[in-house]
Design a protein around this ligand. Structure first.
Ligand code: PMP
Length: 352
């Protein structure tokens, strides 16, 4: 090894789900929304003045911060916006997890957490979910440098109630507790009301799932102004212009259309609930998902085989081969009714 190679920061990167180039596939592998963004987004794009792109965007992301603050009845200094919630979460790890004590998160959870911990040299300790894939609040009652978990958890899809979240907060008042609410709009209960009571709570959400804007990259954190200010300081020490001009305008337009948001979200929930009995009938077991995906395993067929068969039929779902506890599960994003009907039909062919 050359001397300079010794100083390279070595990391095992996060592996995002496949984005196949192929047209006409049924894509149920990255929890994208099957419906287009709100119609107002198209209008904004049509009216965009490209000549303005010679100017830097607003580094404060002011218009979008205000729209989010209004939507959730917060002050503007309680909102931080970033390039997808991945960017917001990475920024939060860097800002808040600076203790020598390990941060805590579940063993089965969003697989980016341990990657950020490693890249930022943050010690961490995973807490095993129980047999039913539930997070145990008692596991988070020990010395730590911070706590993070998704609610609902991913990829299990299981939601925790507010009492559970509050219990975790009560036990952890000396560290920052981050609740990653990427999927909250599909049936979970947000921890936002607890912001008034717990100044160490940071709630992170995204426009990628319930607002159909994964391709635009907008995420946001909500918390008390000291937390948000600290994140801003770290952001400005890194890159002042994280959000480009179009994404700020597109985000505002997406937030404005409440009825479109409600309609598409309800459609996804209805499709999810319709698919559950069909999956059960085919011999799948799954957890009670409150997200836009179902985490299922078949009672007699191997997940890896089903995954390959579906793929050969141009249906992409997500299979995590790494963790032995979930090796026999598939994470199936909820598509349109038509897509899910085809998915069920192809499964039927395979399992008959
Ligand atoms: N948190 C969880 C639990 C997720 O599943 C995802 C999606 N991969 C994210 C955060 C990040 O989503 P985005 O960066 O698109 O906002």
């Amino acid at each position: 090894m050359k001397a300079w190679e010794e100083n390279i920061r070595r990391v095992v990167p996060y592996v995002p789900g496949e984005q196949p180039k192929k047209e006409k596939i049924i894509k149920l592998n990255t929890n994208e929304n099957p419906y287009p963004p709100a119609p107002g987004v198209e209008e904004v794009i049509k009216q965009m003045d490209y000549a303005k792109f010679r100017l830097y965007p607003d580094p404060t992301v002011g218009d979008l911060v205000k729209a989010i603050a209004d939507r959730y009845q917060l002050e503007e200094d309680q909102v931080f916006v970033g390039v997808g919630s991945d960017d917001v979460l990475a920024m939060a790890f860097l800002t808040f997890f600076n203790s020598k004590k390990p941060i805590l998160f579940p063993d089965i959870t969003y697989s980016f957490y341990d990657v950020w911990a490693q890249v930022f040299r943050i010690p961490y300790q995973v807490q095993p979910l129980d047999q039913k894939f539930q997070i145990q609040a008692e596991d988070y009652k020990k010395e730590n440098g911070g706590v993070i978990f998704p609610n609902p958890n991913a990829p299990t899809g299981i939601a925790m109630d507010l009492d559970f979240i509050e219990k975790i907060l009560e036990q952890n008042q000396d560290v920052v507790v981050i609740v990653d609410e990427a999927y909250i709009d599909f049936g979970g209960i947000s921890a936002l009301p607890l912001l008034k009571k717990y100044e160490n709570l940071l709630v992170v959400q995204t426009f990628s799932k319930s607002r159909s804007l994964a391709g635009i990259r907008i995420g946001y954190a909500m918390g008390n102004r000291t937390l948000i200010q600290a994140m801003q300081d770290v952001k400005y020490s890194f890159n002042s212009y994280t959000m480009n001009q179009p994404s700020i305008q597109i985000g505002v337009a997406a937030l404005e259309d409440v009825s479109y948001f409600d309609r598409t979200k309800e459609k996804i929930i209805a499709t999810r609930e319709r698919i559950k009995p069909a999956l059960k009938e085919l011999g799948f077991s799954f957890l009670d998902s409150k997200t836009n995906f179902i985490f299922a395993s078949h009672n007699s067929y191997a997940a890896s085989d089903i995954f390959e068969y579906l793929k050969a039929n141009d249906i992409y779902v997500r299979y995590f081969s790494g963790n032995p506890r979930i090796q026999n599960y598939l994470r199936i994003s909820i598509g349109t009714d038509l897509e899910m009907d085809r998915f069920i039909a192809v499964l039927k062919e395979y399992l008959k």
